[in-house]
Design a binder for this molecule. Structure first.
Ligand code: PSV
Ligand code: MN
Length: 392
C-alpha cells in the first residue's frame, strides 16, 4: 500500500492554470446573472486569480482569452500579474463572436474571412510575445447544422491550410494547442469534433502542435481516460481544460459531477508520464487548466474548490500501488486489480492535504480562509460602477 508520506513530495510541482473568464459573469443562453464584486477590468480578474493562488499555492498562472482580455499594454499587465505572484499563461483565440464567422472562420469558403481568422491568430501570437505565454490554444466553433449545407472534406482541407499558416508563425518554444469539441454551436457536424481529428491535424503540423482535451467535450459515456492514455502514448496530449458536465458542455466545477472519472483520468495521466518532473521547473509538458464558468456560485471560492478537487484526485491517483496493480493485471487477477485501484480512490486524503498545506505556510482550509479573509467584502465594496466583465 502506497502511503501519503511517499507521494507527498510529488504534489510539490502541481500547477493548475485558471481561466480569466471564470471571474467574469457568465450564464446560459437564457440569462447571464450579475454578481457583486465581479471584475470590471482584466487587472481585476488577474487579482482574483492571484487570490486563488495565494490561498492554495496551486494556481500560479492565469489564461487569457482574446479579445475578451485585450489591454493596451500587455507588458504592464504581465508586470502587474508578476507583482501579485502569478504569470500570464495560455492565450486562447476567439473566432466565434464575429458576424463574419457565421459560416466558419478557418474553414470559411471566402478567403477574406479565412485571412481575417488567421490575422486574429497572428495578433494572439503578438500578445504571447508580450505576456511570455507558451501556448496558443485554438478552439473553433465551426461546423454546420444541416446535411448538405457544407462540403465536409473541403472544410478539412481549408482548416489544415489555416492551421499550417498559424503554426508557421510560432516562435521558439511556443506551441499550438488544438481543442476539440463534439458539438455546439454547430449541431450536425463540427470541423474538429474529436481527439482523432485534432490528432490528425496536429500530427501533420509538427512537434510543437498538440491536443487540448476539454473534459466536457465528449458524448456521454465516453471513456475519456482511454483518450488520455492514447494521446500520451502518441506524445500529443498538450493540455487539459478541466470542468465537469452532466449533460453537454456544462462547464461546472471539475470533479463535481463525477469525482471517480476525474480520478481515472488523473491515474492515466500519472501512468502515462503526463505528470511530474519532465522539465527543469519540475513540470511535465501536459498543462493542467480549468475551463469553467461560475453562473450561480461565487466565483473565487468556486475556483478555489476546483483547484483543490484536482489536487485531491491527483493525490488519490498517485496513491495507486502501481507495482501491486501491475502484478495483479499480469496474473489475470481481475478482482484483485480492481480492488487495488478502488482502494486508492476511496482513500480520504483531505486531512493529509490539510496538514501538507499547513506545513507549507498555506491555509489548511483555503475555502474557509477565503471566507475569513474579507476579500469578498473588499471587492464588493471597491468594484462599484463601470461595467462588469462577461464573455461578450
Ligand atoms: C469551448 O466550449 C471552450 O471549451 C473553449 O475552450 C473556449 O475557448 C472556451 O470554452 C470559452 O469559454
Ligand atoms: Mn475548453
Amino acid at each position: 500500500m502506497t502511503t501519503f508520506a511517499q507521494i507527498a513530495p510529488l504534489l510539490e510541482g502541481q500547477a493548475i492554470e485558471v481561466p480569466s473568464w471564470a471571474y467574469g459573469n457568465s450564464g446560459t443562453r437564457f440569462k447571464v446573472f450579475g454578481t457583486p464584486g465581479t471584475p470590471r477590468t482584466v487587472a481585476e480578474k488577474v487579482a482574483d486569480a492571484a487570490t486563488v493562488h495565494r490561498l492554495t499555492g496551486l494556481a500560479p498562472s492565469v489564461a487569457l482569452h482574446i479579445p475578451w482580455d485585450l489591454v493596451d499594454d500587455f507588458a504592464a499587465l504581465r508586470r502587474y500579474a508578476e507583482d501579485l505572484g502569478v504569470a500570464l499563461g495560455t492565450i486562447n483565440s476567439n473566432t466565434f463572436q464575429d458576424d463574419d464567422y457565421k459560416l466558419g472562420a478557418l474553414t470559411h469558403t471566402d478567403p477574406k474571412v479565412r485571412q481575417k481568422a488567421v490575422d486574429h491568430h497572428y495578433e494572439c501570437i503578438e500578445v504571447m510575445h508580450a505576456t511570455g505565454s507558451r501556448d496558443l490554444k485554438i478552439w473553433l466553433a465551426e461546423g454546420s447544422n444541416y446535411p448538405g449545407q457544407a462540403d465536409l472534406r473541403g472544410r478539412q482541407d481549408r482548416l489544415a491550410e489555416g492551421l499550417r499558416t498559424i503554426y508557421d508563425r510560432l516562435d521558439g518554444d511556443q506551441r499550438l494547442v488544438l481543442e476539440y469539441k463534439l458539438f455546439e454551436p454547430a449541431f450536425y457536424h463540427t470541423d474538429v469534433p474529436d481527439w482523432g481529428t485534432a490528432y490528425a491535424h496536429v500530427a501533420a503540423l509538427g512537434e510543437r502542435a498538440v491536443v487540448c482535451l476539454d473534459t466536457g467535450h465528449h458524448a456521454p459515456g465516453t471513456n475519456i481516460e482511454f483518450i488520455v492514455a492514447q494521446l500520451l502514448r502518441l506524445g500529443k496530449l498538450g493540455s487539459f481544460d478541466f470542468n465537469s458536465r452532466f449533460y453537454a458542455d456544462d462547464d461546472l466545477i471539475v470533479g463535481a459531477a463525477d469525482p471517480f472519472q476525474l480520478f481515472r483520468i488523473l491515474f492515466e495521466v500519472v501512468r502515462g508520464g503526463g505528470y511530474g518532473p519532465a522539465n527543469p521547473d519540475g513540470r511535465s509538458d501536459v498543462a493542467f487548466m480549468l475551463d469553467q464558468c461560475h453562473n450561480v456560485e461565487p466565483k473565487v471560492p468556486g475556483q478555489i474548490r476546483s483547484v483543490l478537487n484536482v489536487q485531491e484526485m491527483l493525490a488519490r491517483a498517485l496513491l495507486v500501488d502501481r507495482d501491486a496493480l501491475a502484478a495483479a493485471q499480469e496474473s489475470g487477477d481481475v478482482l484483485g486489480a480492481n480492488a487495488i485501484f478502488m482502494d486508492a480512490f476511496y482513500t480520504d486524503v483531505r486531512p493529509d492535504l490539510a496538514a501538507w498545506r499547513a506545513e507549507r505556510g498555506l491555509p489548511a482550509d483555503p475555502i474557509r480562509a477565503y471566507a475569513e479573509s474579507g476579500y469578498q467584502a473588499e471587492i464588493e465594496a471597491a468594484r462599484v460602477g463601470g461595467s462588469q466583465l462577461s464573455w461578450t
